[in-house]
Design a protein around this ligand. Structure first.
Ligand SMILES: *Cc1c(COP(=O)(O)O)cnc(C)c1O
Length: 454
């Protein structure tokens, strides 16, 4: 597979170059020359295949020939000792993406990326320096994914005081090859600083810089796998029992409620994606274009509603981000929009993606209501997804099976969730993180300050 830049001013490159560079030399994002398709036999067995097999089949054409099949097989087996169960809660499904070590969906991308980088750089001796901006969860997943990987160091930039205590420990509590910088500004500032450092050719070359943000195509590709798995199972009329550490108090996931939007054999599912930088939804679009049987997507945001606004008006207007209780989605200038727009015109986008945005009060009301109704505890991000779906259902815009991507475990946001639901069960991996003590440098929201620290 070859990749070219969304800005069209750079040469097409192979997967290795696109992954290790992160950003194209002209400042654009790498997109594939052509989106591959699942072979017919894979497409027809998505509903019954093991998650690792789906991940292998999904990633393979994107990394061919740079990562040979046996290596890819090893990578996916070691990256994914956990699943992405599609469980039933009340009248619909929840796609639980939080069964990895940092309890957010970012583990799917970061764990593949760390292993792929380690393979692609075999035999290199100049250390690689990864810089990554985070609004909360990326930093933890990338830090965890790369922790202890030889020849690669990671620097995480996060907005000071705007991540949860648990997130801060995940980002800044590891040490060794992982260092953390608390930026006196917003996530957009962090992202701008990372982009500026990567766009500085001299700095980039001297320090051998790369990025692990969802601007990096190698993080997006593996995420397409859980869309294919969920869509395949939904079409086969199958859902899963709640995974271990699922925040569901109903035995066997037998939650009460109408069955109207539960999975039904032969009916394609609508998938609701709580979005910030739109990397996750871009991966969904890739899965769908590869042939995963998704009926439609919903782009759900908090009040940082740049994309829902674009979907209704056709005008793309980036704006400063505003702080909310779904902080991993506080993005006013979503970096992956450029990638989505490279594949879909406004008209195409409107046909395949519905948009809706949600306030903090609505987010809290839904967490309370779903807990009371179904015994299921949503984290604030997943609640944005659930609430956005409700809004579209009320307007008659969505019908048939419905799945909400649950992007994080509610225990990650206990300070917000517990006042609404009572105690949230804590997965063991998170309990261990709380024992760490965070250590980070503080820097102003200024690109030259970053260059100096690096
Ligand atoms: C990162 C994140 C999101 C947003 O995902 P994007 O790919 O940036 O759109 C949503 N929810 C959680 C919990 C996250 O960590």
């Amino acid at each position: 597979m070859r990749y070219f830049s969304t800005r069209g001013k750079s040469e097409a490159v192979d997967f290795t170059t696109a992954a290790l560079a992160g950003l194209a030399p002209d400042g654009g994002l790498f997109v594939p020359e052509e989106i591959p398709s699942y072979p017919a036999v894979v497409r027809s067995s998505l509903g019954t295949m093991d998650y690792r097999d789906i991940a292998f089949e999904t990633i393979k054409p994107w990394v061919n020939p740079d990562i040979p099949d046996p290596v890819l097989e090893e990578i996916v087996c070691s990256a994914y000792p956990f699943d992405a169960p599609l469980v039933t809660a009340a009248d619909r499904q929840v796609l639980e993406l939080f069964h990895g070590p940092t309890a957010a969906f970012k583990d799917f991308g970061a764990r593949f990326m760390a292993r792929a980088f380690s393979y692609l750089r075999r035999g290199e001796d100049k250390p690689l320096r990864i810089i990554v901006a985070t609004s909360g969860d990326t930093g933890g997943a990338v830090a965890d994914g790369f922790f202890g990987v030889e020849g690669i160091s990671v620097t995480v930039l996060y907005p000071r005081g705007r991540v949860s205590p648990l997130q801060e420990r995940q980002i800044a509590g590891l040490g060794a090859n992982v260092s953390a910088l608390a930026v006196e500004g917003s996530f957009d500032d962090c992202q701008r600083m990372v982009k500026a450092a990567l766009a500085d050719a001299e700095l980039k070359k001297r320090l051998n810089l790369s990025s692990a943000n969802s601007i990096n195509v190698s993080r997006l590709i593996p995420q397409a796998a859980y869309y294919a798995a969920a869509a395949g199972r939904a079409l086969a009329g199958r859902s899963d029992p709640p995974g271990e550490a699922s925040p569901c108090s109903a035995p066997n996931g037998e939650t009460p409620g109408s069955t109207e939007h539960r999975v039904r054999k032969g009916q394609a599912i609508t998938l609701v994606v709580p979005s910030g930088n739109f990397g996750n939804l871009t991966a969904g679009v890739y899965a769908w274009k590869m042939g995963a049987p998704v009926r439609r997507f919903v782009a759900a945001t908090n009040i940082n509603n740049t994309v829902p606004d674009y979907l209704s008006s056709g005008n793309y207007l980036a704006r400063p981000s505003r702080a909310t209780i779904s902080n991993a989605m506080d993005v006013g200038a979503p970096s992956n929009f450029e990638r989505m727009a490279a594949h879909l015109s406004w008209t195409d986008m409107k046909e395949s993606i519905l948009g809706a945005f949600v306030t903090d009060d609505e987010t809290r009301d839904t967490i309370r209501a779903v807990h009371t109704l179904a015994g299921y505890i949503l984290d604030p991000h997943s609640s944005v997804g659930w609430t956005a779906a409700n809004k579209l259902l009320e307007r008659g815009l969505v019908s048939g099976p419905l799945g909400i991507l649950s992007t994080a475990h509610p225990a990650k946001f206990a300070e917000t969730v517990e006042p609404l639901t009572g105690p949230v069960p804590v997965p063991p991996s998170l309990a261990r993180v709380m024992e760490r003590s965070p250590q980070s440098g503080v820097i102003p929201a200024d690109s030259s300050a970053l260059a100096e620290v690096l």
